[in-house]
Structures are given as C-alpha cells and as structure tokens.
Design a protein around this ligand. Structure first.
Ligand code: PGA
Length: 256
C-alpha cells in the first residue's frame, strides 16, 4: 500500500497574521506546488485561518489547526468546534500534542472524545503520541505509546481509523535539537502499525499514516522519512521559516 507522504508544520503560538501572510508568500514563491508526491499542511493559530485559506487552497497547501474541542456548540467559552474549523477550510487538526497534555491537562479521555468528534466531521486528525526520556531510558517507550494509542482509539470505528495520521513525537526530541535516530523512528512506526492491526485489522493498519515529529530539519527529514514505514513529519520550529520548511518538503519529495 502506497501512502502519500505528509509534511505538516506546527507553528504553535507563533506569528501575527501579517507575518503568517508573509510566510505564505515566501513559502509559495520558489514553487512549492511542484512537489506533487508530498502532501503539505501547516497547522496555524486559529486567528490566521481566514487570512490563509485562499492562498493555501490555490497552492494545494492544506490548512491545519492545532487543537479542537469535542462538543458541537454550546456554553464552552474560549473553545472551537470541529464544525467551525471545517467551515473555515481546515483539513487537518492536531490532537493530543504533548504540550497540550502537559501544559493544559489534556487527558486520554479528552483526546479520545476529540478524535471521535473529528471523525464525525470532515477533519482529519493528527494524533500525537510519544514517550518521555525516562520511559525511553527504562525500555518502556513502546508500552507507553501502546497505552496512549489504546486510550485514544477507544470505540473509534474502523472507517475513522483509516483517516487517521499518528505522529510519533518522543517528548525528549521536541524543541531540543535532539532528533530521534532513523532506526528508533522506523521501529516505533512499525510498532504503531502493528498495534493498529491488533486493534482493528491489517487493512486499517496499512491505510493509517505514521509520521515523525521532534527537531526535524531538512537533513534529518531525508534520513527519517526515507523509510517506507515512516510517512512524513510533523515539524515545529523548522516550519516557522519558509525557506527551511520548503527544503524539508523538497528533501522528502525527492525520495523514491
Ligand atoms: P519541533 O516541534 O520540530 O520544534 O521539535 C515538533 C512538534 O512539537 O510538533
């Protein structure tokens, strides 16, 4: 099964709308839409969605969000629903990023509800999983990721899972400049796919995309995404600079 590679940027809490539009122009100018083999997405702060929708759509860049609430509407001050995001042109939404788990007390149960809400809408969720340094050191990385997957995917039907992207993001690699080595990523992506096969079946596992995130740059992107088990990358810091992000897409797209 050939899964199209996905390179998704995660801007986190960066850029004003003026800076976001400038980024879009600079990213597109050298010809980003020549890279047909690779799907490109940028997950931006909510306030930039409207300003970026047209320019992204015209250049085949998918608009992404970094979070969503699971209720459809109601008295939930400060929250945004899947329907609102889909209406704003959003195609992908990050769910369960480790920063949201750690800093905003997101639980496995909330992540499960967010995934369900996304699958009931037109959004494609990017589910983040990953172990911390201590868990990696004590040999509990797979067990941790396995537990996160089981909890996140509880009662999610097989049709939903086939639209899922799992981002393996070891916490010790996020924003640290310490990228996981290609073998660690390949092993974990293969494990994630085997876990999905166990929870669902081989067909669902073959369709699920598994990407890597954690200090990805143009050089590490080529090595890590070069493996057939690894379907792309979720890129934080390096997605803020248009030329660097462009070079990541180029490096991944130029692989066979
Ligand atoms: P980083 O962030 O590329 O800056 O390490 C990745 C992420 O948090 O998604």
């Amino acid at each position: 099964m050939i899964r199209q590679k996905l390179i998704a940027g995660n801007w986190k809490m960066h850029k004003t709308t003026t800076q976001a539009i400038q980024f879009a122009n600079d990213f597109i100018a050298p010809g980003i839409n020549q890279f047909k083999k690779t799907e490109v997405c940028v997950c931006v702060p909510f306030v930039h969605l409207h300003a970026l929708e047209n320019i992204f759509t015209q250049n085949d860049i998918k608009l992404g969000a970094q979070n969503v609430y699971f209720e459809q509407e109601g008295a939930f001050t400060g929250e945004i629903s899947c329907g609102m995001l889909a209406d704003a042109g959003v195609k992908y939404v990050i769910v369960g990023h480790s920063e949201r788990r750690a800093l905003f007390a997101e639980t496995d149960d909330m992540i499960n509800k967010k995934l369900r809400a996304a699958f009931n809408s037109a959004l494609n969720p990017i589910l983040c999983v990953g172990e911390n340094l201590e868990q990696r050191g004590s040999g509990a990385a797979q067990e941790t990721v396995g537990r996160q997957l089981e909890a996140a995917l509880r009662d999610i039907g097989i049709t939903g899972v086939q639209r899922l992207t799992v981002a393996y993001e070891p916490i010790w690699a996020i924003g640290t400049g310490r990228t996981a080595i290609p073998n660690q990523v390949r092993e974990m992506c293969a494990f994630i796919r085997s876990k999905i096969e166990a929870l669902y079946d081989g067909r669902a596992a073959a369709k699920t995309r598994c990407i890597y995130g954690g200090s990805v740059n143009p050089v590490t992107a080529r090595d890590i995404v070069g493996n057939s088990d690894v379907d792309g990358a979720l890129v934080g810091g390096a997605s803020l600079k248009p030329d660097v992000f462009f070079n990541i897409v180029k490096a991944v797209n130029s692989q066979d």
